[in-house]
Design a protein around this ligand. Structure first.
Ligand code: DX5
Ligand code: ZN
Length: 216
């Protein structure tokens, strides 16, 4: 059983409340919030006040993906703003700070996870496995919605699922980027159980049917 986490990067930012409520109306349980700083990735999106504003209007699980440099500086503010899951890129800081950030997120009562860019090997996740409630495998280069799915990331998903089954079986494996009605199948076969979909969700003619297809 998989879960869809629709990404509001593909929503209408002038109608975020409507577009987030729409996820619940179509049977979704999570919402994926992409935070970009223009430094770690070449794009700027939204930040802490938007997470806080969303928290006021939805009970969906707020799955916040930080694409920011040295995320330890901001984790407390994102948790206090209402994140349920906070994921940080392991490429964005020194390992010691990443470990400390994961502990800090947990100490604040939030679920924590790491994110791997496409060129980052599965082995790079090893120091963090026991501290993760979720591992996010990027299936596009982070920074923009609407890119093509990278099927070559599936062995990484399999490898991480295999390791996590041994050390931390409750950990979610999430995929993000280019997930649609076609590519969702191979993600689930490879062991992903949380699937982010931005463009494919908001462009779907029948969003409820798309949620069912992804979660099936
Ligand atoms: C990309 C973001 C994704 C993005 C996915 O940097 O992390 O979450 O919204 O968009 P789609 O589903 O359109 O590839
Ligand atoms: Zn994302």
């Amino acid at each position: 059983m998989a879960l869809i986490s629709p990404s509001i990067l593909a929503a209408d930012f002038a109608n975020l409340e409507r577009d987030v409520r729409n996820i619940s109306e179509n049977g979704g349980k999570w919402v994926h919030v992409d935070v970009m700083d223009g430094i770690f990735v070449p794009n700027i999106s939204i930040g802490i006040p938007v997470v806080a504003a969303l928290r006021k209007v939805t009970d969906l699980v707020l799955d916040v993906h930080l694409m920011i440099d040295r995320p330890i500086r901001y984790v407390e503010q994102f948790v206090k703003a209402g994140a349920d899951y906070l994921t940080i890129h392991i490429e964005a800081d020194q390992p010691q700070n990443t470990l400390e950030a994961l502990d800090k997120i947990h100490a604040l009562g939030c679920k924590a996870g790491i994110v791997l860019k496409p060129k980052t090997p599965a082995e790079a996740a090893i120091p963090y496995l026991e501290k993760c409630d979720m591992i996010l495998v990027m299936t596009v280069e982070p920074g923009f919605g609407g890119q093509s799915f990278m099927a070559d990331q599936m062995p990484k998903v399999r490898q991480l699922r295999e390791w996590m089954d041994k050390v931390n079986p409750a950990c979610h494996i999430e995929v993000d980027g280019g997930v649609d009605a076609n590519t969702c199948a191979i993600c689930k076969e490879s062991g992903a159980d949380v699937l982010v979909a931005g463009s494919a969700y908001y462009k779907a003619a029948d969003r409820a049917a798309f949620v069912k297809l992804v979660e099936d």
